[in-house]
Ligand binder design. Structure first.
Ligand code: HEC
Ligand code: HEC
Length: 308
């Protein structure tokens, strides 16, 4: 700070003085003043052109009629319009040959991935690897079929739900009422041994299996996709394979429920999801075994990893 004794005396002061400290009345720097006037002019022009002055309901509109909300709405409209064509094309395309249309397939998979995150991941996991009772959608082990149109049917109508009369349906009986405890214990051990190569119809367990289980799970234990009956010879468990869990499952009967999505997400959504799930790793081609009639041979599927 400038010492009072050294300061020039010929400068006008404002007359204010605090404890002997006086205030000079220097003119404002010219550049500062002009900047100040410029901001006022700019503010006035802005207030005229754009929404600015607060009123009771909202603000003055501004002569340009610009609004951030209208801007966003226009952008959303533009995106929706650009997608409408793709969505229409998706509905018209035979799913079996969808992968041949690279651009449309890419759109479907991306849209399906977004829908999956919002609608499916709470049950099937964000990576689609599933959990106990919720099937893994990444592998080629399918309950109801892994061709793209099998997947679409599952997603459209769901499984064992009460909302959609076309839902996939089947019911494994509760064998607790039908078999002795000891017989169930024998079956538990038998089922646990199937993935190790034990013959499904062999031995005491095999007899019980043939009488009670093979009608759905097959004489070979490979399951039945018409019924959503799992393959019991692979080491892939939808539920758990320990003694206690299997005893409970065979006694009570499992009843996995999946909601229908056709009404909620619309046909484009269902198809996008089917394309997404189909390309996750286990999607099957048209020539693979499946639950539906007339296979049409195409090389539409990205992968032909059929098993089960
Ligand atoms: C409320 C939980 C739940 C939600 C949400 C859900 N699922 Fe499922 N999903 C299931 C269950 C449970 C099963 C197995 C049913 C059974 O035991 O047959 C299943 C089975 C499937 C299958 C059949 C798998 C196979 O092996 O054949 C597919 C495909 C599938 N879900 C896809 C989806 C998609 C896509 C979505 C999102 C639109 C979705 N799921 C949302 C619970 C759910
Ligand atoms: C009427 C058809 C039917 C019969 C009969 C049947 N099952 Fe099932 N089983 C199913 C279906 C369908 C499922 C899948 C249910 C679900 O996903 O909720 C299933 C699931 C299972 C599972 C779970 C597999 C896994 O991956 O976790 C086991 C184990 C099983 N059954 C064993 C048996 C045994 C043992 C018998 C004979 C005592 C039997 N089932 C009889 C239809 C049947």
């Amino acid at each position: 700070m400038v010492d009072k004794k050294d300061s020039p005396r010929n400068v006008e002061t404002t007359g204010h003085s605090w404890d002997g400290i006086e205030e000079y009345n220097n003119p404002l720097p010219r550049w500062w003043l002009w900047t100040f006037y410029a901001t006022i002019v700019w503010g006035l022009i802005y207030a005229i052109l754009y929404p600015a002055l607060p009123l009771v309901k909202g603000a003055t509109g501004g002569v340009l009629g610009w609004s951030q909300r209208a801007d966003v709405a226009a952008q959303i409209d533009a995106v929706t319009a650009s997608h409408a064509e793709l969505r229409a094309a998706l509905v018209e395309t035979d799913l079996r040959v969808l992968a041949e249309n690279e651009a449309l397939h890419r759109y479907a998979v991306q849209a399906g991935a977004a829908l999956f995150r919002n609608n499916c991941s709470q049950c099937h996991g964000s990576g689609a690897a599933g959990a106990v009772g919720y099937p893994n959608l990444l592998d080629d082990d399918w309950l109801w079929g892994g061709r793209i149109e099998d997947i679409a049917l599952t997603v459209r109508h769901g499984i064992r739900n009460e909302e959609d009369p076309d839902a996939r349906f089947s019911q494994m009986p509760a064998f607790g009422d039908l078999l002795e405890r000891a017989e169930i214990a024998t079956l538990v051990a038998h089922v646990q041994a199937l993935p190790n190569g034990v013959a499904p119809l062999g031995g005491e367990g095999g007899t019980l299996f043939g009488d009670n289980c093979a009608s759905c799970h097959g004489d070979d234990g490979l399951g039945n996709r018409d019924l959503g009956a799992p393959n019991l010879t692979d080491a892939i468990w939808l539920y758990a394979s320990d003694d206690q869990s299997l005893t409970r499952l065979i006694s009570d009967g499992p009843y996995g429920v999946m909601p229908p999505w056709g009404d909620r997400l619309g046909e484009p959504g269902v198809r996008a999801l089917s394309a997404y799930v189909h390309q996750l790793g286990g999607g099957e081609g048209e020539t693979d075994t499946s639950i539906e009639e007339a296979p049409v041979a195409t090389d539409a599927a990205p992968e032909d990893g059929a098993q089960e």
